[in-house]
Design a protein around this ligand. Sequence first.
Ligand code: OAD
Length: 377
Amino acid sequence: MGQEFSAVPETTKPETLSERSLPAVADYIKSGKAKKVAVLTGAGISTAAGIPDFRSPETGLYANLAALELEEPEDVFSLPFFKENPKPFYVLAKDLYPGKFHPTISHVFINLLATKGLLYQLFTQNIDCLERRAGVPADLIVEAHGSFASQRCIDCKMPYPDDKMREHVSRAEVPHCEKCNGLVKPDIVFFHENLPSLFFDRRHMAEEADLVLVLGTSLTVHPFAGLPDLAPVEVPRVLFNMERVGSLGSQPDDVLVLGDCDTGVRQLADALGWREELEAEWRKLVGDEEADRQLKGSTKRQVEDEVSQLVHDVDKVLHVHDVSSGSSSPSPEAATEKQQKETTPTTQQEVQQNGPASVEKSVETTAGTEEVKVTGT
Ligand code: OAD
């Protein structure tokens, strides 16, 4: 069994759990007291599937795009930049488009919670649709940053046909509106765009949950990053992540499971007596070959290859744009937007005070803490 630790002093007793550990979380679930489990996920739950996350120092998309002639790597997901030059986004979309990746055991664990009637709501920041592929019912999912499932013109908002979108994305070509010739963009949320109304309609469910599981997210993008803080202090929160993030680990019933989330999830499944069922469901869904590939960790190499290919391709289109337009620097509109971006509230407190409506990144850092990694499976 791996180890789970909290940053609160050992003398501070948990209010709800018998102790700050995964077996205690499992006992809490088995006792029937956790009837409403809220799950909050980010890119880290899909890295084992071969999809790069955004901010990991070596394999993250932004870390690698930082080497290019972009003012900020996040620009690829900003509307002003997209209006100026949509091609880099479509280069990324070609490789990240749902279809070629398979769910991880963490995705399947979330579905297991759903089949056992325990999943209250899943809030995901991911656009890879892997939770749906794992079987999680659509009405239990809030895709907080949208998804590739639909697309529309950014000017007249007319929806664009799925089959034509798929064709364009497969060739990394930019689709244009059939009515007004405007640019077409998938309904994924770019920086400074509003989140889907469903996020705001269901946000209260993170407050009503009796257990909050946070997996694979750096909690740097608001308002999503504020969700774990909606839970009352006595509600256990469990973090499955490579590193400590947000305020996780600061409350008496917080359990930090630091390390890769698939390992942590397997440990929780063991403690619950669900492990066999979980592994069987996962293998049935993805097949033995893919399961073995993920288990061997060969996807790490794939992520490295994927990200270096992506960066190479984006670099190429940035330079094409450079030649055709005479410049790759942002338009005046984009520059103004960027300036606004830098001056918009970025701390969690400020965002909460000002009532967030759109995606903002935060530059919060976590306080020093005792960190212990999960080990083995
Ligand atoms: P990030 O890349 O910011 O964070 C991923 C987190 O998962 C990091 O803390 C990693 O250490 C951790 N991680 C990576 N692999 C892991 C693994 N196998 N097991 C456990 N932890 C792992 O991704 P997000 O938090 O999802 O938004 O990013 C949030 C948003 O930023 C995205 O939705 C996207 C991006 O800009 C938009 O595009 C609007």
